[in-house]
Structure formats: structure tokens, C-alpha cells
Design a protein around this ligand. Structure first.
Ligand code: 2M8
Length: 479
């Protein structure tokens, strides 16, 4: 459903803020999307394009759902961690057993976690992928707990999730520190969550693509080919994933793609802080977590900061050099509480400068450098604006006191989310919608931002808002 943009009058130098009525209408519309995408234990990102449970999507969904149905937000996270591997990894997809194999590629028959992953402790009761996604989960768990502490305590939510979260953090900190500098490495572009970012073009160039006759893309059944990754990139993703699977998901074997991504590691650092908060709430000693958080922020600065560009960059472990591409992932360390004020200020200036244009030509954060020849405002992660990036940047700006930019970004995100039919992503300049509609994290994060607007106005508490519709237990058939 599309919601009409209603705004209050505003000073000429200020973006018009959503009215209380509009913020409420956004929450209502978003609640309908989240109700329709709920499967009974978790939320699919999109009924047709992504009909399973995705790792970082679930964390973002829980962050929005906590205002509408806190018990379901807790269930969302618990159901994801039920598929955690014994080595601590949280798989990037948990496959729904009722969805046909052909509905999504690569599906369970490709990853074969319950056989190829046994050496690493993949669960036997669920089929999953073998790669991971950015660790937003401790932050999400902490926010979910904070929104309903009594319900959380009644369910033993934090107590039950603390060890799994710790095991996940340890996997990334110990097993995945392939560069030895205190940061986690990713071994597949999909692990960044920003799948076909131009930052990966250089390291991907040394990967021979899989034979195109050997697989069939399902994503093109549901979206325009011009919005999705190219066949060549897809062939390389398949080759990398197949090689990891054939190595039985062993992280000690050499990998053709191994990089330290600033977005992934910013979320890891934010999770160090969230784990400290969780440990504190459980009456445990949090000093180890705080020390790790401080060390992680230092490693981020030492290994990924580029003073010349005023941005964090990914480090390619094959030649131990920073990749030159300027991606929105490089802005995400803004969410790290311990980031020095001067670095946060520089990142803010980069964000509103010509490469990202926020507040100038763009009202949402482009996923890639506007001035780069490879910038494409329509194609997936090569330029479009995404709502999870807007949410993270908004949070980081607020954390470091850039309130005016944060307010403007929040206003745009709330209004445009509903106005776009909760699109998966947008052209950062025209705000034209692309990708799937009724996309779960767009809806969930719009709820979170709209609730913040309502809270600042002293408007009706979220509990007074309607809960999402009843459980939808059936998933759609395959294509
Ligand atoms: C996209 O990634 C999947 C692969 O994991 C795909 O393209 O099929 C990305 O946008 C990723 O960040 C997201 O988690 C996933 C589901 O929304 O879709």
C-alpha cells in the first residue's frame, strides 16, 4: 500500500518533518507488510524474490518488529540462531523446508550444509547456506530487549541468546581473522550484504566464473535484469560458493576472495558494544567485551581508514592493500561508539560532499560513489540507496551529534519508504523505486524511524499501534 506524504510546515532551511498522522500511517502500512511476510517463525525478506530466512535481514526485521510485536521480534532472532553451526557461524540463509528447490538459487541442494558442513557442525535438522552476513544480531538483540524488558526477562531472551551471540562473535574474531589484524574477513561478496558493490570488482576479477550452463538464476524471474547483478558476476559468486562448499566450509584452506570489509567490521564493533550491554544486563563482567570493542575500533582505524579520501576502504588480503573504490560500507564505522570525534566529523563531511551528495543531489545515501564511472543508480548495490544503510548512517550521525543531517535523513527515509511501496532500493537522486516491493527490512526500519519521530513528539506509544496481521503460515510455490 502507498501512503500519501503529509508534512508539517517547516523552516525554509529545513526538510519538512512527517506529521504525527503520517508517521502513524507509515507504521500501519509497514505492519501489514511485516504481517504478510511472516512465515510462523520468521520473516522472509520478500515473498517472491527471497522466500527463506536471511541473517542480517532478520536482525533488521527484529529491530522494527520490536515496536509492534516484541515476542515475535524475539522469535525472529531465536529462530535464526536455532540454525547456528557448532563452530559459531550464523548462516546467511536458513532454508524453509516447504519452499521448492527452484524458488531460489542457490538453494539447499547447492549448499548441502547437512552433509558438506558436518565437519564444522552444521545442524542436521535444517538446511542452510555455509557463508555468513554482517553481524547486526547482538545490536538487534539488545534493542529488542530494551523495548520490552519485562517480556524479555520472562522468556529468558537475553540469557538464552548470550552464549550463541558470543559463539558467533568468537567465530568471526578468531576463525575469520584471516589478516591477523583484529578484523574479520569475508570470503564471498554476499557476506558483505552488499553483493555486487564495485569494491569487489577488483578481487572478483581473478575468479573464473562457473559454467553458465551449470545453474539457473531464479532472481531474474522476479526482477528486471537491469536492476540485478550481471550474469558474469553471478557466475563468479557461484564459483566462489562452490569452492568453499567443496572445501567443506573449512576456513583454513586458502580462498580466492578474502577481504576485510569496513561495513562488516563496523557492525562487529557495534556488536562488541552490544554484547557488553547484554553481559551487564545479565549481571556478568563486561570488561572483556569493552576491551574487545576498543581494540576493534583501533584495528578499523589502523587497517581500513584512508586519510586522503576521508573514508574507510576494504582491504584485499591477496596483496594486503586498500581497495580504491568508495562504497557506502566505508561510512558505516559511524555507528561505532568509540570512533574518535575527528574521524566521525570527517566521515560526515564525506557523506555530504560530492562523492555521496547527501543533502545536495541526494536525499538518501547512495551505496556507491556518485562520481565513479562504475556508479549505476539502478543496479543493486552499485549505486542505489538502501534503507538499512540509511538506518545505520542515521544512527551513526545521531550518535556523533550530527543531528541536523540525521533528522533530514530520517524524514526522507520515513516518507519515501511508504511512498515507494516499501521498495527494496531506490535511485538515490530521483528516489524512484527499484527491486522488490513490500520488502521486509524497508518496512521494519521505517517502523523504527517513524516510532522515533512519534516518541520525540510525545505521540501515542507504539503499544497503542495495531500489531501485524495474524500469522501467515503458507509460503508461495516456486516459479
Ligand atoms: C541480497 O542478497 C542475496 C544473496 O544473499 C541475493 O541477491 O540473492 C542482498 O541485498 C543481501 O544483502 C540481502 O540480505 C538479501 C536478502 O534480502 O538479498
Amino acid at each position: 500500500m502507498r501512503t500519501r506524504l503529509l508534512t508539517t510546515g517547516a523552516r525554509p532551511d529545513q526538510r519538512p518533518e512527517p506529521t504525527t498522522a503520517h508517521a502513524r500511517a507509515v507504521v500501519h502500512a509497514a505492519a501489514r507488510v511485516l504481517g504478510a511476510n511472516w512465515t510462523g517463525a520468521s520473516t522472509v525478506p520478500s515473498r517472491r524474490l527471497y522466500p527463506h530466512q536471511w541473517s542480517w535481514d532478520s536482525a533488521f526485521v527484529a529491530i522494527g518488529l520490536r515496536h509492534l510485536a516484541p515476542a515475535r521480534a524475539r522469535r525472529e532472532l531465536r529462530s535464526l540462531f536455532a540454525a547456528q553451526w557448532d563452530d559459531g557461524r550464523v548462516p546467511h540463509i536458513v532454508f524453509h523446508p516447504d519452499v521448492p528447490e527452484g524458488a531460489y538459487f542457490p538453494g539447499p541442494g547447492f549448499w548441502r550444509s547437512s552433509t558438506a558442513g558436518t565437519g564444522r557442525g552444521a545442524p542436521r535438522s535444517a538446511e542452510t547456506s555455509g557463508i555468513v552476513q554482517p553481524p547486526v544480531h547482538a545490536l538487534a538483540a539488545w534493542l529488542v530487549h530494551r523495548s520490552d524488558p519485562a517480556g524479555s526477562e520472562r522468556e529468558g531472551f537475553l540469557a538464552g541468546l548470550y552464549r550463541p551471540l558470543l559463539a558467533w562473535q568468537r567465530y568471526l574474531t578468531d576463525v575469520r581473522d584471516l589478516g591477523g589484524g583484529g578484523l574479520a574477513s569475508i570470503v564471498h561478496p554476499w557476506e558483505s550484504g552488499m553483493d555486487n558493490s564495485p569494491a569487489w570488482d577488483r578481487p572478483l576479477a581473478r575468479v573464473a566464473p562457473a559454467d553458465p550452463g551449470g545453474f539457473r538464476r531464479a532472481d531474474l524471474n522476479h526482477g528486471s535484469a537491469g536492476d540485478r547483478p550481471t550474469d558474469l558476476d553471478y557466475g563468479r559468486y557461484v564459483a566462489l560458493a562452490a569452492a568453499y562448499r567443496d572445501d567443506r566450509y573449512d576456513d583454513t584452506a586458502p580462498r580466492r576472495f578474502a577481504v576485510e570489509d569496513p561495513g562488516f567490521n563496523a557492525l562487529l564493533a557495534a556488536s562488541d558494544h552490544a554484547l557488553a550491554d547484554i553481559a551487564g544486563a545479565l549481571g556478568r563482567d563486561a570488561t572483556g567485551h569493552r576491551a574487545l570493542a576498543t581494540a576493534r575500533a583501533e584495528s578499523l582505524l589502523e587497517r581500513l581508514w584512508d586519510e586522503r579520501t576521508g573514508l574507510f576502504h576494504a582491504r584485499d588480503l591477496h596483496d594486503d592493500r586498500l581497495l580504491p573504490a568508495r562504497g557506502a560500507a566505508g561510512l558505516l564505522p559511524l555507528i561505532v561508539p568509540g570512533l574518535p570525534a575527528a574521524t566521525a566529523d570527517r566521515l560526515h563531511r564525506t557523506l555530504i560532499g560530492p562523492h555521496f551528495g547527501l543533502g545536495g543531489g541526494c536525499r538518501m545515501v547512495p551505496s556507491h560513489d556518485l562520481l565513479a564511472p562504475e556508479h549505476d543508480p539502478a543496479r543493486y548495490w552499485r549505486g542505489p540507496a538502501w534503507f538499512n544503510i540509511a538506518w545505520l548512517v542515521e544512527r551513526g550521525l545521531r550518535l556523533h551529534g550530527a543531528l541536523r543531517t540525521a533528522d533530514d535523513l530520517r524524514t526522507t527515509a520515513v516518507t519515501v519508504a511508504a511512498g515507494s511501496g516499501f521498495a527494496e532500493y531506490l535511485d538515490p537522486r530521483t528516489l524512484g523505486a527499484h527491486g522488490a516491493r513490500d520488502f521486509s527490512w524497508t518496512a521494519a526500519l521505517a517502523v523504527d524511524l517513524a516510532v522515533a519521530v512519534l516518541g520525540e513528539r510525545g505521540a501515542a506509544p507504539p503499544a497503542a499501534l495495531p500489531a501485524p496481521e495474524a500469522t501467515v503460515a503458507r509460503l508461495p510455490p516456486g516459479p
